[in-house]
Design a protein. Structure first.
Lengths: 264, 179
């Protein structure tokens, strides 16, 4: 009786179960692609507008701190100008030495600036959607960075005008990494959005808390030299064959508005 | 006009959740506006009338999330059905305070049930294909508590605005659920 009364609803449940099983394997669902292609301009508009509103409120809140912050920034600016001059000098020296040694010039990235237009609506995953996709030359595996070379994630799904960037804090993410000071190599994995862990580090390597971790470039997908974070607690892998260390991410991705995708 | 209004409402609510909510709330505290909308629709229009809008909302949320396509839709559908079943056995709007408490409880239970459902679907897929899954669900965390509180407040606001605006914008009055 109950079944007959609600047969229409049971049919809907059955149909949805079929849809779920049909799309169980493939992440790149065509329906998902079509909806995202149509909706990405609207998502972008919504995001930009909300960013403006949020920025206005943040500005209103920060008015009291502006004076002291300004003084601090002037000091920092002077320091950075001096540092910049020193670096320019070093760059010139580096270029002439490279010429003398006949080394190839350092790689420069072909970057694609992209807006973050959406995040996981369920709050369960570690990814965001950007407003550039296959039409802009974005491909899966490309690295997403913020302007100063900090790695935030990797493109995992590409649609016509949008793409999904999975954060480095996602457990499915594995980045070949290196400790900048010692050259110790390992693999950085995400820990369910809680942070990062660097594993597979040889027992012979010496690690120190606070050392900077960068991408090693091994594997070819992620270029070398992108900042990942700093070494936190150091320990042993469960089988005691390798060292492992927690890595404090270099950036809090929750406040990001734009990222750059390294195309080449 | 009513259909167009409801279509726009569903689309805007999903866009707000996908795109805007992340600007104002941290990733793990984003209120589930779509769930709030589903419960509001069922309470004001009845399950049968709101069925197509629940499915539309679910499909749009599925498109923007990394869940197995269809799981959010199924979760919203089952939640709508469950809420409709509850209001069939009790006239929940007889007393305002009782209604507010029922509404909050319905949102809270639905949110937890939906998240567990989606989390389990992630785990099943991951175990089936031997791949790491990216979902994290800790219903006893502070973040999750805030998520529930925000969703309840969002549901109150959506319900209140929907009741007020629907009569003005949809021209023909939205049918109230059968007692």
């Amino acid at each position: 009786m109950l079944f007959r009364k609600n047969i229409k609803y049971f049919a809907v449940v059955a149909l949805l179960l079929v849809v779920i099983f049909a799309s169980f394997r493939s992440a790149n669902n065509p329906v998902r692609g079509i909806i995202l292609t149509v909706s990405s301009p609207f998502l972008k508009t919504f995001r930009i507008f909300s960013g403006g509103v949020s920025g206005f409120f943040e500005f209103m809140r920060s008015i009291g701190d502006l004076k002291s912050e300004n003084e601090k920034l002037v000091g920092e600016n002077q320091e950075l100008l001096a540092q910049n001059n020193r670096l320019k000098d070093a760059e010139k020296e580096n270029q002439s030495l490279r010429k003398e040694l006949d080394l190839a010039p350092r790689l420069k990235f072909d970057l694609e600036a992209s807006f973050i237009i959406a995040q996981d609506p369920q709050g369960l995953g570690n990814y965001f959607l950007i407003d550039k996709g296959g039409n802009s030359g974005i491909k899966t595996g490309m690295a997403a960075i913020v302007s100063n070379g900090i790695l935030v994630g990797q493109v995992t799904e590409v649609y016509a005008n949008s793409a999904k960037v999975t954060l480095i804090t996602d457990p499915s993410s594995a980045i070949n990494a290196e400790v900048q000071s010692s050259g110790a190599k390992g693999i950085v994995n995400g820990e369910y959005g809680l942070g990062l862990q660097m594993g597979m580090i040889s027992q012979t390597e010496v690690l120190s808390e606070g050392d900077t971790v960068i991408s090693s470039g091994l594997g070819g997908k992620i270029p070398r030299g992108l900042t990942i974070g700093k070494i936190g607690q150091i320990g042993q892998s469960p089988d005691k064959l390798f060292q492992m260390a927690s890595v404090v991410p270099a950036i809090d991705v929750s406040g990001l508005r734009t990222v750059f995708i390294i195309k080449k | 006009m009513k259909n167009f209004g409801l279509f726009i409402l569903c689309v805007v609510m999903v866009f707000l959740q996908l795109s805007v909510a992340g600007v104002f709330f941290s990733a793990r505290r984003i209120p589930d506006l779509a769930l709030a909308l589903v419960i509001t629709l069922v309470l004001t229009m009845g399950f049968k009338e709101s069925l197509k809008w629940i499915l539309l909302t679910g499909i749009l949320i599925d498109a923007g999330s990394s869940t197995v396509f269809g799981t959010a839709t199924l979760a919203y559908f089952l939640i709508g059905w469950m809420v409709a079943g509850l209001i069939d056995v009790a006239d929940i709007r007889s007393k305002k305070t009782f209604f507010l408490a029922f509404f909050a409880a319905a949102v809270m239970i639905s949110e937890i049930a939906k998240d567990i459902f989606i989390f389990v679907s992630f785990k099943i897929r991951a175990n089936f294909f031997h791949e790491p899954h990216s979902a994290l669900l800790n219903i006893f965390s502070v973040d999750y508590l805030f998520k529930i509180i925000y969703t309840i407040f969002a549901a109150y606001i959506i319900y209140y605005i929907f009741r007020r605006v629907s009569r003005a914008l949809f021209l023909e009055p939205v049918k109230l659920m059968k007692k």
